[in-house]
Design a protein around this ligand. Structure first.
Ligand SMILES: [Zn+2]
Length: 467
């Protein structure tokens, strides 16, 4: 039997996997914890380490970009094909804090392999998933005889993701010219399960606010004044009660304006996933599922917008009783947004709605913070089709679709660069992100390498640059 192109890729990866894993282990030994100031030099060392490795991989341009916080690493390898698209890979080189005494079975920054799994802080989130791109592009070149990748390849690996990416948006805006790309591939997510490879097609956005209602100028006696003046705690409770209708739909007028509804095909694809609601509820630590009528649990967390009360308070909360009408009360709300929703429009809708609800004599103060736009790539987008084909070749089976209910800095790349965002991850739920004993499955890590070895050629073949 003659060797297929896929055999050649697999052989190449096999021949280089030991050196690849040794290099990754070296990187994982650097405790690049962005949240802890004592590790700031390590985060810088991690950026320098990656920059050196990317140069060694062959990227002609590699730069460490400083920010007011931790540095990011940028690399660019242009294609020799002027009509090929350019892809920007996003990931991060900082990690969550970790200490042996948190419950690790081995030192978090001393990588070990047990039962085909590599254990270390950052193994899956996100150093492993950044690093597979290095061997992937080399396998792509070696097995196609090319000297430059089939697509223009850029990498932006930030150093503050685990600290909320405080300087990321500004960095992307400042360097937008250098980062210009036709698509963004986020390498910082996972798939459904070991035996169910999936591609994530979108992330929800986020808008957050605090509503503070002010009544009397100070706490007043509930006997002398109660029943004759408005109570701000009651007003907050009414506001919260008015947030949803009896079908658990958000009752704020205009909230659903523009929402991109799921297509029948998307609903079918979600339903095909091996979803076990009882198991999901155990993970959720919840005793029941509840949400918008007419939608399944997966649809609710992936594709429907929400309004949640994150905190509520007001008045006396100490021991015993205190017969007052409190001077003020508050609620913190967050809204997960889906494609088609605009955080600015949501803010206006919430303000108008709250103004309607609040009775005379109560003054409201609403502060919005932390808006993130949603992102969604249509199933028929050529770049998404390439990711699915490449992953299908690597995993030798069908690839399904998921979405992400959370929100992330990838949306900034979509906003500023005006490019669709795709998610390519090989991590699985058992990898223990942010938890003790974080690990990555070695066979899946190498499937990640293999996926990218196919991806760049597939993209260039199916998606030509519009001049
Ligand atoms: Zn991450």
């Amino acid at each position: 039997m003659s060797q297929t192109p896929d055999d050649a890729v697999r052989t190449y990866i096999e021949q280089h996997s030991t050196a690849f894993l040794d290099d990754l282990a070296e990187w994982l030994r650097i405790p690049s914890v962005s949240a802890q100031p004592v590790h700031a030099p390590d985060v810088r060392r991690s950026a320098d380490w990656l920059a050196a490795k990317l140069l060694e991989t062959g990227f002609p341009t590699v730069e460490v970009w400083p920010t007011p916080g931790a540095p990011a690493v940028f690399a660019h390898w242009p294609s020799d094909d002027p009509e090929a698209p350019t892809v920007l890979v996003y990931g991060h080189h900082d990690v969550q804090p970790a200490a042996r005494e948190d419950g690790w079975d081995s030192e978090p920054f001393e990588p070990v392999v047990r039962d085909g799994r590599l254990y270390a802080r950052g193994a899956a989130d996100d150093k492993g998933q950044v690093f597979f791109h290095t061997l992937g592009v080399r396998a792509h070149l070696a097995t196609t005889g090319r000297t430059a990748p089939a697509v223009g390849l850029k990498l932006l690996i930030e150093g503050e993701e685990e600290s909320g990416s405080p300087h990321f948006r500004a960095l992307v805006e400042e360097r937008a010219d250098r980062l210009a790309a036709d698509a963004v591939i986020v390498s910082d997510t996972g798939m459904w399960a070991e035996d169910t490879p999936t591609v994530c097609t979108g992330m929800r956005g986020l808008a957050e606010c605090e509503i503070r209602l002010h009544g009397p100028d100070q706490d007043i006696h509930s006997g002398s004044f109660g029943g004759a003046v408005p109570n701000p705690a009651t007003a907050v409770a009414r506001l919260v009660a008015a947030l949803h209708d009896e079908h658990a739909r958000v009752a704020i007028p205009g909230f659903y304006d523009g929402v991109v509804e799921l297509t029948d095909r998307e609903r079918e694809l979600f339903a095909e996933l091996p979803f076990d609601e009882a198991r999901w509820l155990r993970t959720a630590r919840s005793h029941a599922a509840h949400g918008e009528a007419g939608h399944t649990t997966l649809e609710r967390v992936w594709a429907r917008p929400t309004a949640e009360v994150n905190g509520i308070g007001g008045g006396y909360q100490g021991p015993g009783s205190k017969t007052i009408i409190p001077s003020s009360a508050m609620v913190k709300l967050s809204f997960r947004l889906v494609a088609g929703q605009d955080p600015d429009h949501i803010e206006k809708a919430v303000r108008a709605w709250a103004a309607e609800q609040v009775p005379a004599g109560i003054r409201s103060e609403i502060t919005f913070s932390g808006a993130t736009r949603p992102c969604l790539t249509p199933l028929d987008h050529p770049a998404l089709r390439s990711v699915v084909r490449a992953m299908g070749r690597a995993f030798e089976g069908p690839v399904r679709f998921t979405r992400e209910g959370g929100s992330g800095p990838a949306a900034d790349l979509q906003d500023v660069l005006g490019a669709p965002v795709l998610f390519l991850g090989i991590s699985v739920p058992s990898d223990g992100w942010h938890a003790p004993n974080e690990k990555v499955e070695l066979d899946l890590l190498l499937k990640g390498v293999e996926t990218t070895a196919y991806l760049w050629g597939d993209l260039a073949a199916h998606w030509r640059h519009e001049p």
